[in-house]
Write a protein that binds this ligand. Sequence first.
Ligand code: PEP
Ligand code: MN
Length: 264
Amino acid sequence: TSSITIGNSRSSTPVTVGGTTSVPVIMAGPCSVENREQILRIAREVKEAGGQVLRGGAFKPRTSPYQFQGLGVEGLRLLAEAREETGLPVITEVMDIAMLDTVAEYTDVLQIGARNMQNYALLQAVGRHSKKLPVLLKRGLSATIEEWLLAAEYIVASGNPNVMLCERGIRSYDTQTRNVLDLTCVPLLQELTHLPVIIDPSHATGKRELVPAMSRASIAAGAHGLIIETHYDPAKAISDARQTISTEQLRQISREARELAHIL
Ligand code: PEP
Ligand code: MN
């Protein structure tokens, strides 16, 4: 697996993903950046709980146009402030080419959302971007593994080899879970590509009580890291509350992840 370093800005502590490290990377934080107090408090708690990268959406791809769309540039500024204070590198979604330069100015990792996995113009723009920031490419809602790998190839072929693949569940018929977590992809991808694999058990399940078991299963399957929606008051999260875990639960998950990775 190739090794990707996250967080080369002055204010963040670099984190290595993949390569020869056996330490899984834990990315955690709210679905959306909601306000200054919220993101600063979550950043502190995530760090304290063993998280190494802070996640938080500033531009949100919401299913309904009437739902909270994120704080936009103000959200990016708040993420940078949280990084400044805690040293945690930051990951946030870039939704369109028009905002790429701005998002890249603030973030350490560019997240490409499931809904944009096949936005080829965006993939190429991200690949060409001069900062060559690491990219987390989420699997499309109903993308095959081959389509997903070819989407990653768009970024790599455009000039940025620092791509991580993120399985976040795929659409199926059962309504008990939001999506179906395809953990088979982890060993499969290890055969097919050198890119690190990150699992998002939050969007994959849609239910916070399923997140701990799926986190353990992900690491046991060989995933290089997890990205988990986390909040000090999960039920009050503005978006994706139902799947958001507490920082207490995150502490337990990150401990288990390290222990499991150690015995593999
Ligand atoms: C998210 O990370 O909050 C998100 C919108 O994820 P996805 O693109 O996987 O739905
Ligand atoms: Mn979310």
